[in-house]
Ligand binder design. Sequence first.
Ligand SMILES: *Cc1c(COP(=O)(O)O)cnc(C)c1O
Length: 235
Amino acid sequence: MADISSLPSDPSSLLEAFERARRRIAKASRAAGRSTDGVVLTAVTKTQGDAAVEAALALGQRVFGENRVQEAQGRWSARRAAVADLELRLIGPLQSNKARDALALFQVIETLDREKLAEALAEAGQRLGVRPRVLIQINTGEEPQKAGAAPRDAEALIARARALDLAVEGLMCIPPVAEAAGPHFALLARIAERQGLSTLSMGMSEDYETAIRFGATHVRLGSALFGARPSPNVG
Ligand SMILES: *Cc1c(COP(=O)(O)O)cnc(C)c1O
């Protein structure tokens, strides 16, 4: 269960929430026979105010997830210049015409899910002089309303992204809310293994321990760290 009792702007409860999450990550890693430092905690700061963001930075957190480009610009543009080792990861859907803005702010785009976007990212990368780092988002549940490439289209999209010289680092998924997450994580891990990809961004506040069991390298935690979000915004 996500802990919704901690106030996001209270530094001591945020410290407790981070420590609790790190303990659980280490415990789930050990139980899976994995090294305890093989999982990166991505702190999801969408909808959070300055106090929560500053408190997380003060605790040494450096890897953050955001699901909207414009909202993330407001939260991070100025801070990025001040915090050298910040790593911002886009975890929400991206429109092709925002590819350049996204690449200018984020180190990793986790939500590449179609050829047109791969082409837009390649072009934007050339203009900005960076090689885009991407994960391919897979719609493991094949839900019509959800972003992500269908599992059967993964191979072709990965090949296309590699041909465009994008740095394809791995895969990302968001399992259907009403289903057990395990089989979806297992499917993502199978596709990654087949494609020789090492990064698996899977697992959120409610299911990150399960995701670690299936090989997650990045877990994306929002409410487990910062408490319940003020407004619904799950991308
Ligand atoms: C909001 C969000 C998260 C974090 O969700 P919690 O359940 O609050 O941990 C993780 N991944 C994505 C893609 C999100 O949009």
